[in-house]
Design a protein around this ligand. Structure first.
Ligand code: 13P
Length: 340
């Protein structure tokens, strides 16, 4: 394992003012996103959409890395430059989603386990050749009104995340470790904090047991937040306090950065919540940044609508979201900037 290479890539991803664009939607997921603008999910439309994102002016000031899907890592611009090369030339580090999605966990109704470990060593070697310098694996856990996620699901997912992370570091690829407690449902913020705490405690035990170097990885968790259908929604300030409290208890200081997922928050909420975490006086040893999918892309899709005539407007919208999250990452965002 090349420790210096892993550390320098992990630190570059969480450089000041910068965060990650998660553009690694699998084909079924991007189809859902395209359905929202009545656009067919053909290979060319997927390529064109990613090209619009990756060629937007100025985004390298706020975007340090992009997570790609397997198909996208093999695609390129209209004139034939591979996307990984285009991004690298702009100073943006290419990354790759390597998990194969969450499936039902046997004998545990409602729980899921993420698949994709078999053959991963060979796939990582190929992804490195294609230019990927970091990877992502997402575990998904749902809170229900009874006892989900089960302790067994938490253990099984933590174990898989640790095996993935060790394989990545062996290959010289920085693992982004993503344990997501879903915000679907009516649970309270306290329930989210309890489940997130339990997951992180077990996860770091497994990462440690697998020999994963904390300095050469990044954590991508959910924020501690009430379920979308919870009648009691909390302020950005309360979300920031609960999230930082939870992270301080369970995330080792050696991890260079925590890059939050947006998980179904609106674009403005995700920016506001990240800003609140970076403004409070709670001390924390890591960089707190973003690795947003929907919160960066939903406004872009709405502006683009699949039409060439809207590309410039879509790229301006994208730049603005990148910029506002770059500012939020330093605690410099305010809601009035949305209308400027
Ligand atoms: P969201 O920000 O839309 O949750 O996506 C981030 C991601 O990469 C989920 O795996």
């Amino acid at each position: 394992m090349n420790i210096d290479e892993l550390k320098s890539v992990a630190e570059a991803i969480v450089a000041k003012q910068k965060g990650i664009l998660a553009a690694d939607e699998s084909n079924p997921t991007i189809k859902k996103r395209f359905d929202s603008i009545a656009l067919e999910s053909t290979e060319e439309n997927r390529r064109r959409y990613r090209e619009i994102l990756f060629t937007a002016d100025g985004i390298e000031r706020y975007i340090s890395g992009v997570i790609l899907f397997d198909e996208t890592l093999r695609q390129g611009t209209r004139d034939g430059m591979p996307f990984a090369e285009l991004l690298s030339n702009r100073g943006i580090i290419p990354g790759i989603k390597v998990d194969k999605g969450a499936k039902a966990l046997a004998l545990c109704p409602g729980d899921k386990i993420t698949e994709g470990l078999d053959g991963l060593r060979d796939r990582l070697a190929e992804y490195k050749q294609l230019g990927a310098r970091f990877a992502k694996w997402r575990a998904v856990m749902e809170i229900d009104e009874h006892d989900l996620p089960s302790a067994y699901a938490i253990h099984a997912n933590a174990h898989a995340l640790a095996r993935y992370a060790a394989l990545c570091q062996e290959a010289g690829i920085v693992p982004i470790v993503e344990p997501e407690i879903l915000m679907d449902g009516a649970h309270t913020i306290d329930r989210c904090e309890a489940a997130t705490s339990q997951m992180l405690e077990i996860l770091f035990g497994e990462l440690n047991a697998h020999g994963v170097l904390f300095e050469g990885m990044l954590l991508k968790p959910n924020m501690v937040i009430s379920g979308m259908k919870c009648p009691h929604q909390t302020s950005a300030q309360q979300i920031a306090v609960a999230t930082i409290r939870c992270m301080r208890r369970y995330v080792p200081a050696a991890v260079p950065g925590i890059v939050f997922l947006s998980g179904g928050q609106s674009a403005e909420e995700a920016t506001d919540n990240l800003n609140a975490m970076n403004t409070g006086d709670a001390h924390h040893p890591w960089q707190l940044s973003f690795s947003y999918g929907r919160a960066l892309q939903a406004p872009v899709l709405a502006a683009w609508k699949g039409q060439e005539g809207n590309v410039a407007a879509a790229q301006r919208t994208f730049f603005k979201r990148c910029q506002l999250n770059g500012l939020a990452r330093e605690g410099l965002y305010s809601r009035v900037m949305e209308s400027n």
